[in-house]
Design a protein around this ligand. Structure first.
Ligand SMILES: NC(=O)c1ccc[n+]([C@@H]2O[C@H](COP(=O)([O-])OP(=O)(O)OC[C@H]3O[C@@H](n4cnc5c(N)ncnc54)[C@H](OP(=O)(O)O)[C@@H]3O)[C@@H](O)[C@H]2O)c1
Length: 248
């Protein structure tokens, strides 16, 4: 199947109506922008993140905008246990019975550093948040995703996930592994037309993460997170049905 990613995609009214979509990192940056957009298109959004006041702000904005009542799920992905992910899946099953979308936007990044200089703790925490959390959450939510007629799992990646870059350190290594994991999952489920896995590199975005890596950036010149949202909506919604295993 050949296609090009429609970055200027215009979703149709209520595109995501009746869909339940879990967004990680929903309190800030791209996750926040995507969660607001999904709710604006009719989805019931589960806002997962670690800073509750930020999640509450997103919740309030969705309510003010007339979107379906969202849910807040506070969770610190650094060091979360298998049990905690199982509790998340059990709660989603109880509240919603299924999941139609899982958008992984949470990301851990402190600073660029040579591998030589990386603190052991930074290695562990980065892999936990950027890779292990995405694996474990997806793995334990799979039964719920399989109850959807059209489930879409989207991992957010980065340029350093496609090509090793010096000083991108464990962040880039985690993104490379994330893309490999996405492709493996897509291949293993290729006979399941109702389930797809893709990854998406949004490019530079005006977020807190960008500022940590590029403090000298003229940040106003970097595109806002909203600029990457149309592509995510396309990936999450019915217009990308049949697209799986793509690192976009
Ligand atoms: N910004 C860019 O230029 C850029 C470029 C390429 C790819 N990306 C990718 O795009 C995605 C979104 O990044 P962003 O720029 O939107 O980043 P961001 O603004 O820093 O947001 C990251 C989100 O992840 C959450 N998070 C971090 N550690 C967590 C933890 N331990 N447990 C739970 N949540 C945690 C943060 O929560 P708090 O609000 O509590 O901190 C925040 O809501 C990431 O996958 C990133 O790698 C970004």
């Amino acid at each position: 199947m050949s296609f090009s990613l429609p970055r200027d995609y215009t979703p149709k009214h209520r595109l995501l109506k009746d869909r339940v979509i879990l967004v990680t990192g929903a309190g800030d940056g791209l996750g926040k922008a995507a969660a607001l957009a999904c709710a604006g298109l009719g989805a019931t959004v589960v806002l997962l993140g670690r800073t509750v006041p930020k999640l509450e702000q997103v919740y309030d904005a969705i309510e003010r905008g007339g979107g379906a009542t969202p849910a807040i799920y506070p969770m610190n992905l650094a060091g979360a246990s298998w049990n905690e992910y199982q509790q998340l899946a059990d709660t989603l099953e109880r509240e919603f019975g299924r999941l139609d979308g899982l958008l992984h936007c949470a990301a851990h990044f402190k600073a660029f550093a040579a591998l030589d200089d990386l603190e052991p703790r930074e290695w562990v925490e980065s892999l936990q948040v950027n890779l292990t959390a995405a694996y474990t959450m997806t793995r334990l939510c799979l039964p719920l995703l399989r109850r959807s007629a059209d489930a879409s799992v989207v991992f957010t990646s980065a340029a350093s996930g496609r090509e090793a870059k010096p000083f991108h350190g464990v962040y880039g290594i985690a993104k490379a592994a994330l893309e490999a994991m996405m492709k493996t999952w897509a291949q293993e489920t290729e006979l399941e037309p109702g389930l797809r896995f893709n990854s998406f590199d949004p490019g530079p975005l005006r977020t807190g993460l960008r500022l940590k890596g590029y403090p000298g950036d003229v940040i106003d010149k970097v595109p806002p997170p909203e600029s990457a949202v149309p592509a995510l909506l396309w990936l999450l919604g019915p217009d990308s049905r049949g697209v799986s295993g793509r690192a976009l």
